[in-house]
Ligand binder design. Structure first.
Ligand code: UD1
Length: 419
């Protein structure tokens, strides 16, 4: 297993371009199941999760032209798709459950493994299933699989108990081919939902209201091919900004709209950073040591849970004590014992973490446990004096496109050590 070796303590500076957003690209690639025509996607990030998605789609009979070296993918799904998502693939990537909606809508049948627990919590899919039932699907659970059938999905009113990102996306992809109108209420409002709606509209879908709590969808009898460019990755951007801030540096991140990251930018400012919001760029300039700040993770437009671990890494070197409340996932503090190995002072009670900033962290061997936790450990290594080795970085490769190369462009001393 590869490791990341980091020599920390150096202020980062320079410009870096973000890749396409993982969390937008995954549902968008899966939406190609909704048509038999060619769908061409650009700015697709080179990530393990994308390769898993292509494997899953190809297992279903999708013809995959993999041009990931140019950040492009072309997909076409013949009529005879295999409508099953096996355990091995769903287990490695939970987003695989997003095939349920489109398969059911187009082929009337889907058999998808239940994802089971994952490192950051139980993560059930009950909202996806009750939503699909509302559109007329019959759902059965058998031998660890969800078996969903429907002769023809019918539009309906679906209210989500919680604004779940995945459930909103699954239902959007089901409703675009359902008969009549669907109204989705209490929807997730994340920018990635807006990008999925754009991609679906490019296929001829009739959708309005994405980005708000209520989405209206008028079902169509068929959809056509599309050309879509994936939005920039706001979490990758936030991670580079955090890296700059914790090292006392200045970095410009290119290739995304700043509004998508507003709740995080405000916290950087509260913590003493100077932020410039440009036309498709964001710049952060450190003004000395970060100051302690408090935040609570919330659905968009609140502070994203996917930035919690990275921001916590910054707060370990801040002046004063900070309080973080994690309200989205129940077990998302697995980076904490590892950051403590670097000398961070963090205590946890329930879903709250108290971080008492220390002036200096010291390098240590660390072990990554999940995707965003891995990113926070890399940041910890960049902030610490001396050498840090982060092992099990396959978690990092699931969601960051050549992170070490991009960090090196900013002056970081970081290298991948092949197993
Ligand atoms: C997506 C993102 C993930 C991000 C998360 C929250 C993708 C591929 N992943 O995950 O990076 O951290 O949004 O912003 O886009 N829940 C249920 N029942 C359900 C569905 C969700 O109880 O049927 C709960 C979850 O356990 C969690 C909360 O709702 O506590 C939010 O989950 P959700 O928004 O669905 O996250 P994902 O779509 O899995």
């Amino acid at each position: 297993m590869d490791k990341m070796r980091i020599r920390g303590g150096k202020a980062l500076s320079g410009t870096v371009e973000v890749s396409g957003a993982k969390n937008a690209a995954l549902p968008i690639l899966i939406s190609a199941l909704l048509t038999d025509e060619k769908c061409k996607y650009s700015r697709v990030p080179r990530l393990e999760d994308i390769r898993t998605t292509l494997k899953l789609l190809s297992h279903m009979g999708v013809i995959v032209e993999d041009r990931l070296d140019q950040s492009e993918v072309v997909l076409s799904t013949p009529v005879t798709a295999q409508t099953e998502a096996p355990y091995d693939l769903v287990r490695t990537m939970r987003a695989s459950v997003l095939v349920l909606g489109p398969l059911l809508a187009r082929f009337g049948y889907a058999k998808v493994s239940l994802p089971g627990g994952c490192a950051i919590g139980a993560r059930p899919i009950n909202f996806h299933l009750t939503g699909l039932e509302k559109l007329g699907a019959k759902i059965e659970l058998e031998n660890g699989y969800v078996i969903a059938t429907a002769k023809k999905l019918k539009g309906n009113r679906v209210g989500f108990e919680f604004p779940s990102v995945g459930a909103t996306e699954n239902l959007m992809m089901a409703a675009v081919l359902a008969e009549g109108e669907t109204v989705l209420e209490n929807c997730a409002r994340e920018p990635e939902i807006i990008d999925l709606a754009c991609a679906l509209r490019g296929m001829g879908a009739e959708i309005s209201g994405e980005g708000s709590e209520v989405i209206h969808i008028q079902g169509k009898s068929s959809l056509h091919g599309c050309n879509h460019e994936v939005m920039g990755d706001r979490i990758e951007a936030g991670t580079f900004l955090a890296a700059a801030f914790g090292t006392g540096g200045s970095v410009r991140v290119m290739g995304l709209r700043s509004e998508a990251l507003e709740s995080v930018l405000v916290k950087f400012e509260d913590s003493g950073a100077l932020i410039t919001r440009g036309d498709r760029f964001i710049e952060l300039r450190s003004q000395g040591r970060p100051k302690a700040v408090d935040f609570t993770t919330l659905p968009y437009p609140g502070f994203p849970t996917d930035m919690q671990a990275q921001f916590m890494a910054v707060l370990t070197v801040a002046d004063g004590a900070s309080l973080i409340s994690e309200t989205i996932f129940e077990n998302r503090y697995m980076h904490v014992p590892e950051l403590i190995r670097l000398g961070a002072n963090i205590s946890i009670r329930g879903n709250t973490a108290v971080i008492r900033g220390t002036e200096k962290l010291k390098g240590a061997p660390l072990m990554a446990t999940d995707l965003r936790a891995s990113a926070s450990l890399v940041l910890g290594g960049l902030f610490a004096q001396g050498e840090t080795e982060v092992s099990r970085i396959y978690h990092l490769d699931r969601g960051y496109d050549r992170m070490e190369e991009k960090l090196r462009l900013l002056g970081a001393q970081i290298e991948r050590v092949k197993a």
